[in-house]
Design a protein around this ligand. Sequence first.
Ligand code: KIV
Ligand code: ZN
Length: 407
Amino acid sequence: MSGSVHRRTGRLQSGGDRRIIRGEVSSLSNQVLIFDTTLRDGEQSPGVRLAMSEKLEVGHALVDIGVDIIEAGFPISSPGDFESVNTLARELKGVTICGLTRARAKDIDVAAEALEPAERRRIHTGLGVSDNHLQHKLRMTRDQALEAGVAAVKHARQYTDDIEYFMEDSGRADRDYVYRVVENIIAAGATTINVPDTTGYTIPMEYFDMIRGIIEHVPNSDKAVFSCHCHNDLGMATANTLAGVQAGARQVEVTVNGIGERAGNTSLEEVVVALKIRQDRFGLDTSVDTKKLLHLSKMVSRLTGMIVQRNKAVVGANAYAHSSGIHQDGVLKERSTYEIIDPTLVGAEKSEIILTARSGRHGLKHRLTELGFSFTEDRFERIYEAFLRVADTKSEVDEEDLRELVR
Ligand code: KIV
Ligand code: ZN
C-alpha cells in the first residue's frame, strides 16, 4: 500500500498532502525529509570534537547519501562553530544548510552571516515551551517566551524564508500552550515547526498524540511542515519519531548512529530503514540511498571515536550475524526466516554464520564448504564432534580454528 497520511484523520490516502516547504507550497505526499544533526546535536555527545576537515568529510558523505537538510552547527556558540557552518555552507552543494540559534537577534544575525554562502540556507531558532524550562532555565512567563519567539522568527525572515522553529521540551509542555505557540509562530513566518522531546520523556502514543493534536487543533497548521526531534533517554527515540511520522510529521531530525547528548538522538539509519522495510505500514519514502548507510556509520564511528554497539539495529556488527543452530539452519534454507533486512540494503556484503557452541551441523557444513572443504558423512560427523569440544572452550570458532580442526 502506498500513499500519504491524511492530515486530520491520519489514515493513509493516495493523494498528496499540501504543505509549505522553503516558502513554497509543495506536495509532500509520500516524502519524509531527512534533517541530519550529526554535526550539531550529534557533536554535543560528551567527549566528541570533530576537526574542520572531519566535519567536511561527514558533510560530503551526508550529501552523497541524500539527506535533505544538514544542521551544521550553532554559529554564535564559538568561532570554531561559526567557521564550520560557514565552510560547510560554502562547500556543500545540493542540500539545505541549517544553523541553530537561540531566539535572540544577535544569534540570528551571526547565523545568517555564517550561512551566507549556502545554496539553500535555513535558520533554526526557538525557545523552551515547558513550564519547567520557562521557570527554571529561561525565567520567563509563557507570554514573554511567545513574544520573544515571534520576534525571533520575524527577525530571521529578513535573511531567508526557510525558518524552522524549535519548541524545546515540547514533550513535557502544556498542550494548549504548545498550540498557541505553533499558531503564532507560523503566523510570524516559520515554515517548519520542530517538536522536540528534548529529555526523551515521551512514549510513542503520547508523541503521536502531540503531533496529531497540533495538526488538528492549530488552524494554520497546513502552512508548515512538522518535525520530529527525539532523544533516547528511555530508548524510545526511533519509536517516537516513527509515531510522529504516522501522526503526520514530514521531517525527522536524526544523527548517524544515534549519537548525541546523554543517550543520544534518533538514529538516521533506523528511521530510514524502518520506513523502507515497513513501507506497507507507512507508505512513505526518503531520499536516502540506503546502500551507503553502513559506510557512513563506520565513518562517523571512526571520526567521533564512538563505538557502535555490536547489537545496534541496522548497522551493528551482529545485525546480520546468526549463531544459534536453529537460526542458522533457517537462514541457510531461506534468508527471510530470521532476517527482515537484506544486508545488501545497507551496504553489508552478506549475512554471517558465526560458529559457536550453539551452532549446528548445517552452519558448520556451510562454513567448511565456504572454505573449500567437502567430506564424507562419516568424516564430517567426527569433525562436528571435535568442533563441539573446541566451541565449548571459546566464544567463537573462527576460520583458523576450522582449518586446524580439519587438519
Ligand atoms: O533537543 C532539543 O530540544 C534540541 C533543540 C535545540 C532543537 O536539540
Ligand atoms: Zn536535541
